[in-house]
Design a protein around this ligand. Structure first.
Ligand SMILES: [Zn+2]
Length: 254
């Protein structure tokens, strides 16, 4: 746990017991590297739903590496998509997005964007472990990164996931807002990327504009000299945006 998250955990504990805990959204960027090239990481969530063939085929055609966060649920329902990814593990890293896409917030009745969280830490551990097991059994990869559904976490969930040996993958640029944005909006969001940015997008909604918006933007980024890396080859560090969001929310809690 980073230093300021520890401080925040202490603040949380000092709040009155009746105060509702507010989940944290972790913002990360790549740990700076000494190379001349400008690096980005593209992360794609496969939550539930389908396989976005257009997006993955585009990445394969253009040799753009990506990190795929897959749930067991998605793996079980997308045999074809799994076979394509499996045939291109030189390009794609696959990491843990849980068993059933349950947000890492703890307590009966807790929800994020309307999706119920976990009743307790035992259920959270199962979500993380069964997600990891599905990836290892399907792709032969032991995941080291975890990204919870909705990318929101309670402090105690963060502690538990890290205790289990997983690093939590945040992001710095939300490209498609859960595959709900138009092509133009996606292009706008990706027009001002900087070295070290971590992009989050979705590969589970083929009817969305995500493939179109990302394709146009990524080509442009390649032309501007950016290169792409995968999370199994780099490390991430939290940005001040995590802290600011938490502070703001803590103020709201008070
Ligand atoms: Zn998801």
């Amino acid at each position: 746990m980073t230093k300021f998250r520890l401080v925040l955990a202490t603040i949380f504990l000092s709040l009155s017991a009746s105060a509702q805990q507010v989940p944290i959204e972790i913002h990360d960027q790549l740990v700076p590297q000494s190379t001349e090239t400008r690096k980005l990481a593209l992360t794609l969530d496969a939550c539930s739903g389908k396989y976005d063939d257009d997006l993955i085929e585009f990445l394969i055609r253009n040799r753009i590496p990506a990190t795929i966060f897959a749930t067991k649920k998605w793996i079980d329902h997308n045999t074809f998509g799994v076979s394509i990814i499996k045939a291109h593990l030189d390009l794609f890293d696959v990491e843990d997005h849980g068993e059933n896409h349950i947000p890492a917030v703890i307590g009966m009745g807790r929800k994020v964007y309307g999706i119920p969280g976990e009743p307790d830490l035992i259920h959270l551990r199962r979500e993380v472990l069964e997600g990891a097991r599905a990836i290892t059994e399907t792709f032969g990869i032991a995941p080291h990164w975890y990204r919870g559904a909705t990318v929101e976490y309670d402090i105690q969930a963060i502690e538990e996931i890290e205790k289990m040996g997983y690093k939590i993958a945040g992001f710095s640029v939300n490209a498609d807002a859960g595959a709900t944005l138009s092509r133009l909006s996606i292009e706008k969001r990706l027009a001002h990327l900087k070295d070290g940015d971590v992009i989050i997008a979705h590969m589970n909604k083929p009817a969305s504009d995500s493939a179109e918006g990302l394709s146009a933007s990524l080509i442009h980024l390649l032309q501007r000299g950016f290169t792409f890396t995968r999370l199994d080859q780099v490390n991430l560090q939290e940005t001040m945006e995590t802290q600011q969001k938490e502070r703001k929310e803590l103020d709201a809690v008070r």
